[in-house]
Design a protein around this ligand. Structure first.
Ligand code: GUN
Length: 308
C-alpha cells in the first residue's frame, strides 16, 4: 500500500488522501465480503434530480465505488421538474426496501424542492450522508455508536489522526480552529474534534480578526469555500492543517481546446502554509477522496446495524 504521509521539501508531512481513501475502501470491501458471506449484501441507493454536471460526476463515482466494494448499487435519476411529492415518495419507498441500507439524495436539489424536508424524510438508520437531525443530534451528544457521521468531516478526522499519530501528538488538549460553520462540514467537524477532547473554536465570516484566531491553532480545519483565504503566515509553526476546500480558479494559458485553463485550489494558501505546518493536506488529493470512501464505510455500518 502507498504511504499516506510524504515529507515535503520544507519538512512538512503531506497527507495523501488518495492513499488513505484506497486503504479505507480496501477495509470496506473486506467487511462487505464478510457480510455477504453472512447473507446480507450492503445496498446503496443514490438519487439525482436534474442534470447538474458536477452532481452527475459525483453520483457516477459514488456508484462506481459502491460496485468496487461489492455493494448492491442503484441509481435513480429524476428529471429536473420532478414534483417534490414524487421525490418524497421515492425516498419513502427506499426507506422500506430491505435491500437498501443507505440512501443518498445528491445536493443541491432544484429550487422548487425543500431540501431539508427531503433529507428529513430519509430514515435516520439509512441516512449515510449523516445530515438527518437525528444523526446530527447523536453526534452532538457524542454517541458515535448509533450516529451516522457526515462523510467529509469523518474522512478529515482520519487524515488528522494519521498525521497526529506520525507526529506522536494526541489530539486531546490541542487548540483546534474550524473555519466554516456549515451543517455538512464545519459543525460536525467541531463535534468530532470535541469528542476527541480538543479545545474547539468555530470561526466564520463574522469572526473578528480571523488571522489571530487561526494563529493560535495547533489544528486548523478550513471549510469556508473561499479560494486560499487562509494565508500561509497565519499558520502557527508546527500546526496540522486540514483543507476541506475545493475551489476552481483561473489558471495560466489555454488548454488543448483553446479554452482558458483552470486549476483547483483549497481554502488555504498551500505554498505559504507548507512552510509553517508540521503536516498539511494538498488540494486536490487531500480531503476530497475521503468523502466517497466514508460514504461506503457508512453504508457498510448501516448494513451491519440492520443485521443486528
Ligand atoms: N453534494 C456535494 N457534496 C455532497 C454530499 O456529501 N452529499 C450529498 N448528498 N450531496 C452533496
Amino acid at each position: 500500500m502507498a504511504d499516506i504521509l510524504v515529507t515535503s521539501e520544507s519538512g512538512a508531512l503531506i497527507i495523501d488522501g488518495k492513499a488513505a481513501s484506497a486503504a479505507v475502501l480496501d477495509e470496506v470491501a473486506k467487511g462487505a465480503a464478510e457480510l455477504i458471506a453472512a447473507g446480507i449484501r450492503p445496498g446503496l441507493a443514490v438519487v439525482l434530480v436534474g442534470e447538474d454536471p458536477a452532481s452527475q460526476v459525483y453520483v457516477k463515482s459514488k456508484g462506481k465505488a459502491a460496485e468496487t466494494c461489492g455493494f448492491h448499487s442503484v441509481q435513480h435519476t429524476l428529471p429536473v421538474e420532478t414534483p417534490q411529492a414524487d421525490l418524497i415518495a421515492l425516498v419513502q419507498k427506499l426507506n422500506s426496501d430491505p435491500a437498501i441500507h443507505g440512501i443518498l439524495v445528491q445536493l443541491p436539489l432544484p429550487k422548487h424542492i425543500d431540501s431539508q424536508l427531503v433529507l428529513e424524510t430519509i430514515a435516520p438508520a439509512k441516512d449515510v450522508d449523516g445530515f438527518h437531525p437525528v444523526n446530527a443530534g447523536l453526534l452532538a451528544i457524542g454517541d458515535r455508536k448509533r450516529a451516522l457521521v457526515p462523510c467529509t468531516p469523518a474522512g478529515s478526522l482520519i487524515l488528522l489522526q494519521k498525521a497526529m499519530d506520525a507526529l506522536g501528538r494526541p489530539i486531546a488538549g490541542c487548540d483546534a480552529v474550524v473555519v466554516g460553520r456549515s451543517n455538512i462540514v464545519g459543525k460536525p467537524m467541531a463535534q468530532l474534534l470535541l469528542a476527541e477532547s480538543a479545545t474547539v473554536t468555530i470561526a466564520h465570516s463574522r469572526t473578528k480578526d480571523l488571522a489571530s484566531v487561526v494563529k493560535r491553532a495547533d489544528i486548523v480545519v478550513a471549510a469556508v469555500g473561499i479560494p486560499e483565504m487562509i494565508k500561509g503566515d497565519w499558520i502557527k509553526k508546527g500546526a496540522v492543517v486540514i483543507d476541506v476546500g475545493i475551489n476552481r480558479v483561473a489558471g495560466e494559458g489555454l488548454n488543448a481546446k483553446g479554452e482558458p485553463k483552470t486549476r483547483l485550489v483549497g481554502d488555504v494558501d498551500f505554498a505559504g502554509a507548507v512552510k509553517h505546518a508540521a503536516a498539511i493536506t494538498p488540494v486536490p488529493g487531500g480531503v476530497g477522496p475521503m468523502t466517497i470512501c466514508m460514504l461506503m464505510s457508512n453504508t457498510l455500518t448501516a448494513a451491519r446495524r440492520a443485521k443486528g
